[in-house]
Design a binder for this molecule. Sequence first.
Ligand code: ATP
Length: 493
Amino acid sequence: MAKYIKNEQMEKLISLCKRRGFIFQSSEIYGGMNSCWDYGPLGVELKRNIKNFWWKKMVTSRENVVGMDAGILMHPKVWEASGHVENFHDPLIDCKSCRTRFREDKAPHVFKCSKCIMKFKIVNGVIEGKSKYTKLFESTIAGEPHTYVGSECPRCKNENAIELEGLECPKCGGNDFTEAKQFNLMFKTHYGPSEDTASQIYLRPETAQGIFVNFSNISNTIRTKLPFGVGQIGKAFRNEITTGNFIFRSREFEQMEMEFFIKDDESKQWYEYWIKERFEFYKQLGINKENLRLRDHEENELAHYARGCTDVEYKFPFGWSELEGIADRKSYDLQQHIDASGKNLTYFDQEANEHFVPSVIETSAGVDRTLLTVLADAYWDDVENNRVVMSLSPKIAPVKVAIFPLVNKDNMPEIAKKIFDNVSEHLAAFYDKAGSIGRRYRRQDEAGTPFGITVDSQTLEDGTVTLRDRDTLEQIRIPQDKVLSVLIEKVNI
Ligand code: ATP
């Protein structure tokens, strides 16, 4: 029977998210809905801040990118033309012992070294219990799970000796499975009152197609020359076979996508440009750069029409995993819609006096995965000071400053409340007068609030207040009437 190690770091993070109101299990009072999540008071702010940051970086701060917001429900022909009806499948297998259904390529793989007969298992790219071998095998799991030839045995170091023995059921440890079936990931629903095949439509599995089908509408209205981009943030739905790792993979999620339309001979330069920009984006969100990397797709991972694809990956507690894909998709998507709709989705180049179908570089990120990344990256146990800290960047922290009266008397609450009223006009602030000051600080440390302002007895004497830094615990005194300007500078928004 297989033994699965609980991922302690993830367990701690999930419990903090619930305790502080970042993320709750969906429909909890009815026993919960597996892999569906609700964002609580802090989570909704964090999510909004991430989306706003993306929108600012990708749309409003650029002269050649505009935004749009397409509907979730679209004409079913969109998904025929895009290839989703025919190709958006995952291989599905059932465990014959416990009947659990899961994705063949994501199941734990058991390997054997033919030289020293050592057996080992890879789950999510990590060899169980032997993390120092992670690097050796991590790339093989994402690409072609069946090809391990060429890898070195973790024990005897023999080359080319690794063979796949089989899969292992993640639930019961069984190793007998049904043949793989292809399962389409699109959610189906019906449009209007009759539930027949004619009224069957899909919930969009990505936001990108809303941009492609509006290509002419947008290029005619903005009258901008190539290159130009169109960005969009919105919900997407995929009936994933195997969900999990908290909000990393769920069936309802949000995407932040941008399609950048270009002349085909400029594709290399723009592809490289966007890879760099997108990598920088995650650093600007405050994520540790040692935990980020770029991974080029192997030739055999690429869709047939794509010239290149690079993922931004993050080192989650469960292994390196994709946050975003940057892809050179040539003119495939527009051409597919031209062929299917018979409409002219070309661009007219006035200088060259010619019509052509632009190529596209796509940047496709997940909001929820980005949020999980910032949370996982921010979490640390400050054992020395007996507290848990979320070192969220002030740019995206849900609350920028918490304002406290030290005690509930001597006019301190009134002064603190006045400061709160002034600051909260400009920054997300929180006023808290209940409980011991130590406990109030610790609550804000867990919420990721970067600054604290405390009104104490010295305030009554000289008008100064304490400014506390969440990460360093440094406390300085600043004049009460400078609180807003000091904070605005520190938060840097
Ligand atoms: P994966 O290989 O993890 O299934 P993908 O390559 O199918 O992802 P894309 O189709 O490229 O993903 O989607 C772009 C982005 O959307 C992903 O990088 C991810 O951030 C997000 N995303 C995709 N599927 C999900 C999901 N089920 N739950 C949460 N986010 C998702």
